[in-house]
Design a protein around this ligand. Structure first.
Ligand SMILES: C[S@@+](CC[C@H](N)C(=O)[O-])C[C@H]1O[C@@H](n2cnc3c(N)ncnc32)[C@H](O)[C@@H]1O
Length: 251
């Protein structure tokens, strides 16, 4: 009954795929630089870098164009990797920037942008990342929106925090009218959605081979006056961090 009523409300609010409420904030800008800071390119100069969860490869290509020795973009979706390869060719970095679904080659640094809220098993991804780092390598990650962010439901946030107000069943049923991939849970939607929170991420890191070098919960600009350690799950725009190995891998 309740699910049916919620589904009807969602249909009424958004009979078609909603326009992204977050807009195209990175248009004309290099996302990895905006999110992880200007110094990143200098830090990764002449380094072998993996971009894990690279999507269409813009950041991997940007890293290759800006001084990285070699970049490997990894993603589980071959269709995105195809587009990424094309971008690398167009930007003239195909010799040093490769895209594939898997690598066992070790890197000086791993970069991961907007992917930790999508990985179906983030704990095992942290283990994989640790195994892919050279001794004293670092992981630079930025991700969001996290689950309690107003738009943390991604497509399901038909209005701010809608994904927290409606049941998963109602939201999935509404989505199945506009996307036909057969997903029955948040975690099964295209790209995945694991309901990541800051607290959960911190717990995962604590249980992983990594230690936190730095971790910042960047406030949503308009909510920055309300942002503190009690409200951070709701008022954080992105989480960015640098993690290093607790016990450096053997050379
Ligand atoms: C929101 S996209 C971000 C893409 C890109 N980093 C960006 O910022 O534009 C998240 C990406 O993570 C990828 N992904 C999800 N699970 C993965 C996994 N286990 N291994 C590698 N990539 C994964 C998805 O296919 C998707 O391309």
């Amino acid at each position: 009954m309740l699910e049916q009523a919620q589904y009807r409300i969602l249909r009424r609010i958004s009979p078609q795929e909603p326009r992204s409420l977050s807009g195209d904030v990175y248009k004309g800008r290099i996302k990895v630089k905006v999110l992880l800071g200007d110094a990143l390119f200098d830090e990764l100069r002449e380094k072998v870098v993996i971009d894990l969860g690279c999507g269409e490869g813009d950041d991997a290509v940007a890293l290759a164009k800006n001084g990285a020795l070699r970049v490997m973009g990894i993603d589980i979706r071959e269709s995105l990797l195809e587009r990424a390869r094309l971008k690398a060719r167009r930007r003239g970095v195909e010799e040093i920037c490769h895209f594939c679904t898997y690598t066992d080659e070790k890197a000086d640094a791993i970069v991961s942008i907007d992917a930790f809220e999508h990985f179906s098993d983030p704990a095992s991804i942290l283990l994989t990342m640790a195994s892919l780092l050279k001794p004293r390598g670092s992981l630079y990650a930025s991700f969001g929106p996290i689950w309690y962010h107003p738009l943390g439901g991604h497509l399901f946030s038909v209005f701010p925090w809608a994904h927290l107000l409606f049941s998963e069943k109602a939201l999935i049923r509404w989505r199945s009218d506009i996307r036909s991939d057969g997903a029955t849970r948040f975690g099964e939607v295209e790209g995945g959605l694991n309901q990541m929170t800051i607290a959960r991420f911190e717990k995962l890191v604590k249980r992983s081979p990594f230690v936190v070098d730095s971790l910042e919960a960047v406030p949503i600009r308009r909510l920055r006056l309300l942002h503190n350690r009690f409200t951070r799950e709701f008022t954080t725009s992105i989480v960015r961090c640098k993690l290093t190995l607790a016990h450096p891998n053997p050379a």
